[in-house]
Design a binder for this molecule. Structure first.
Ligand code: HEC
Ligand code: HEC
Length: 276
């Protein structure tokens, strides 16, 4: 099924080729953030990649352009408290071992990455510290503590270009992610590419379709008034096409995360971004 059919299925309007990603720039703390750049060479069908910020209304853009207005920052503040909070049988907090969260600058753009043959995301790393080093319960993938902490750690790399490894050990995971990206699924028989590659820039149910970039995750959504993980977003998109979503934190979504990160290579980290 193609996009137009999907739209009629959903009884909404499609305004083809709505005004392209307008050229206004994201400026934060006086720094200009790059929101478009030439696509990495592994992308065959797209010349230019754009941050999802470019597809939002000026009101939503404004919320991300000022940290005092960015509702995602409330959760970052919560994570600062969590950072120092003792939890688990070892009587430790994150701060017991990691002196400053600022030391994680540069980490976010390189994740997910392969460690000992496994693809690991920031959530995996945090939970490993919790379970193996603190004797604490793991945090649920998309629940408040985890998204707050991934936002706090991600924020330390804000403005740094995404640069994930996709060769060597990472290659099989990347290939798997790519395959998933282009595989049609669900009752509506659509792939991620059907929307985010073939139709970005068009309006879909009053929503301006982006390239589905993940450089701003976790992202604060006005729709649910909380921070959302990238896997949570993938799940939502799969449900929208009436497919059975993969599990958050599962191998499929981790591979997709790596592949999507690579499709955003060179765009800068915008965590926590704001979306509708
Ligand atoms: C008992 C000590 C200890 C505690 C407590 C701890 N960690 Fe870690 N953490 C480590 C060690 C050791 C590593 C691996 C070596 C390294 O990269 O520093 C690590 C690695 C990490 C990394 C990856 C760093 C990188 O650059 O690859 C992150 C992110 C992280 N921890 C976050 C946390 C968070 C968030 C908490 C609290 C929920 C926490 N850690 C609690 C010891 C700890
Ligand atoms: C029927 C069209 C459609 C399909 C198919 C689809 N999405 Fe989406 N997706 C959307 C819409 C609409 C939005 C919200 C507007 C936007 O950001 O593009 C969205 C948003 C996103 C975002 C958030 C982008 C941002 O900047 O915050 C990501 C990431 C994403 N999708 C990934 C995926 C993945 C991965 C798949 C395949 C599993 C997929 N989507 C399939 C329609 C689709």
């Amino acid at each position: 099924m193609n996009l137009k059919l999907w739209i009629s299925f959903g009884a909404a309007a499609l305004a083809t080729s709505a005004a392209a990603q307008d050229s206004n720039d994201l400026v934060l703390d006086g720094n200009a953030f790059l929101t478009e750049i030439a696509a990495p060479s592994h992308m065959e069908n797209v010349d230019t990649i754009y941050s999802g910020w470019r597809f939002r209304t000026s009101e939503t853009q404004a919320l991300q352009s000022d940290d005092f207005d960015n509702p995602g920052m409330i959760f970052v503040d919560q994570a600062i408290d969590l950072w120092a909070k003792v939890d688990g049988s070892e009587g430790k907090s994150c701060a017991s071992c990691h002196e400053n969260v600022e030391d994680f600058a540069g980490l976010r753009p390189t994740l997910p990455r392969v460690e000992e043959g496994e693809l690991v995301t920031m959530e995996n790393i945090i939970n490993e510290c919790r379970t193996e080093r603190m004797g604490a319960e793991p945090w649920k993938w998309s629940k408040g503590n985890m998204t707050a902490m991934t936002a706090l750690i991600g924020l330390q790399s804000r403005g740094m270009p995404v640069n994930v490894a996709i060769d060597g050990d990472a290659a099989p995971f990347w290939e798997k992610g790519k395959e998933l990206y282009y595989t049609r699924v669900g009752q509506l028989d659509m792939a991620c590419s059907s929307c985010h590659e073939d139709n970005y820039g068009t309006m879909i149910r009053a929503d301006h379709l982006s390239q589905g970039q993940i450089n701003g995750f976790p992202t604060y959504r006005l729709k649910n008034a909380k921070l959302n993980s990238s896997h949570g977003r993938f799940k939502g998109c799969m449900k929208n096409i009436r497919a059975t979503p993969f599990k958050e934190g599962g191998e499929e979504f981790k591979a997709l995360e790596l592949y999507l990160a690579s499709r955003g290579e060179g765009l800068v980290v915008e965590t926590p971004s704001v979306r509708n």
